[in-house]
Design a protein around this ligand. Structure first.
Ligand code: ADP
Length: 452
């Protein structure tokens, strides 16, 4: 017998024996009086045993009742073995409850961590039925995290490539697909875990694919833009080395070679400009660039470039200053004015103005009386190498990067490049600068000059 059972079993056995013995004694005494001492003893012992069992049953009933009802209440207070039994059961229950609560908290924290993930996560059971999904996966796969529970995932996401991926043995590589009616490209990977269960990891790769495509286009464009003048140069070098040329032919060849070399130099310069704009921190907000000085510099350049072919007008307005980078602002405005000179025919008119706008913002405007641009091109102006008229652009020595540089530079100042144009009605390009970076009026002009 186990030593721990003695403390409660022994007194209990002694108590039952004592009750039975007392009852038997009482039965014996009563039996003697009636002349049936043995029968009295037996009946007394039976009555004592029945009494002890009934008492026990009543106390057990209390415990049973407590356990059946709701063991969240305290156990019935009793003495003896039933009291100890209830206490022990209650203590075990409370420990289990505490462990369960801690476990539930851990699971909740774990799920909220997955919920905060930028990637989508779906848990599938062995029959590919949805057990749980986070908000991101719900957004990616158009799922309802509550209504769709226990639904087979292939009923919820029917894209053939996805279904094929789930069924394929080699699910190590993610599958790319989009859900009809949603402008999102998804990457989904099914990973096995546990006994036949699967974890779906989803990612929105629209932006990544777009960037990849842009990078590929950019490399192709740069190769093409540099390749063309290089081919011309190579041709002339071959001619010069293999064929004896007259002096005038030689001069013409060298002039074309010089022109092609300048074209490459300009392109490389613009590419470096763009790379610098993309790779450096945003311009400081405590360096003030004087509007009047900037306009004077741009006007001088434009007049030199135009050589009197066009009519110029500068409208400095009340002047002012801009918080930012003089180099970048000069480059942005310079590109707009250079374009106006290149695309406006001789005798045309070009106006460069500084115009205050609503709520303290202001804009540089470059208006020309050139050929204008058809509406379908306007949204794409500012994309690298996007040209309305490729032939005309190359003829003028354009790289196709001028507006991209202007757009990038003004955006770095928190502003926007705006274009208004109609074929035959000229064009207006605006560098709109936010109020936070603009000081309009004479006072600010003086202040800016004194700081410079
Ligand atoms: P590019 O070096 O070819 O001028 P830009 O990025 O500066 O490259 O300009 C992109 C295209 O926008 C040009 O090729 C041209 O077709 C059009 N464009 C820019 N400015 C003007 C303008 N003032 N008038 C008409 N078309 C313009």
């Amino acid at each position: 017998m186990h030593a721990a059972t003695l403390p409660w079993l022994l007194p209990r056995v002694l108590l039952v024996v004592a009750i039975v013995a007392l009852a038997a004694e009482a039965g014996h005494a009563a039996g003697l009086a009636l002349g049936a001492a043995h029968v009295g003893l037996l009946l007394g012992a039976l009555a004592g045993a029945a009494g002890a069992v009934t008492l026990d049953a009543l106390r057990a009933r209390k415990v049973m009742h407590w356990l059946r009802r709701a063991p969240r209440d305290s156990a019935p207070s009793q003495t003896g073995v039933w009291g100890e039994l209830s206490d022990r059961v209650e203590r075990s229950l409370r420990t289990l409850e505490r462990e369960l609560q801690a476990e539930q908290l851990r699971i909740r924290q774990f799920l909220s961590a997955i919920d905060a993930s930028p990637n989508g996560v779906v848990l599938l059971d062995a029959k590919d039925q949805m057990q749980w999904c986070n908000a991101m996966a719900a957004d990616h796969l158009a799922l309802d995290p509550v209504r769709d529970l226990q639904q087979p995932i292939t009923n919820l996401v029917r894209a053939p490539r996805f279904v094929e991926h789930l069924q394929s043995a080699d699910a190590g590589t993610p599958v790319h697909f989009s859900i009809p009616g949603r402008p999102m490209m998804l990457s989904v990977l099914a990973r096995p875990y546990g006994d036949g269960r699967r974890l779906l990891l989803t990612q929105d790769i629209t932006e990544r694919l777009r960037t990849d495509e842009m990078r590929r286009d950019f490399v192709a464009n740069v190769s093409h833009e540099i390749g063309t003048p290089l081919t011309v140069l190579a041709g002339f070098i071959e001619t010069l080395t293999q064929i004896p040329l007259s002096e005038s032919e030689r001069r013409r060849a060298l002039s074309v070679m010089g022109e092609q070399t300048r074209r490459i130099q300009t392109l490389v310069g613009d590419l470096l400009n763009l790379a610098q704009l993309e790779g450096s921190p945003r311009p400081a907000t405590d360096q003030w660039v004087d509007v009047g000085t900037l306009l004077q510099r741009v006007e001088a350049d434009a007049r030199a470039l135009s050589s009197g072919r066009q009519q110029f007008e500068i409208e400095p307005g009340a002047g002012g200053a801009i918080a930012g980078s003089e180099v970048e602002l000069y480059s942005a405005l310079g590109n707009l004015v250079t374009n106006a000179v290149h695309y406006t025919p001789a005798g045309g008119r070009i106006v460069v103005a500084w115009v205050p706008r609503a709520h303290g913002s202001a804009a540089f405007e470059v208006r020309d009386s050139g050929p204008g641009i058809a509406a379908e091109h306007l949204a794409r102006l500012g994309e690298r190498f996007y040209r309305v008229d490729g032939g005309r652009s190359r003829e003028t020595g354009g790289t196709g990067l001028g507006l991209a540089i202007a757009k990038h530079a003004v955006r770095r100042h928190g502003g926007e490049l705006e274009v208004q144009s109609q074929p035959g009605a000229g064009s207006t390009f605006r560098l709109v600068l936010p109020a936070a970076r603009v000081r309009c009026g004479e006072a600010s002009t003086r202040e800016a000059s004194s700081q410079a």
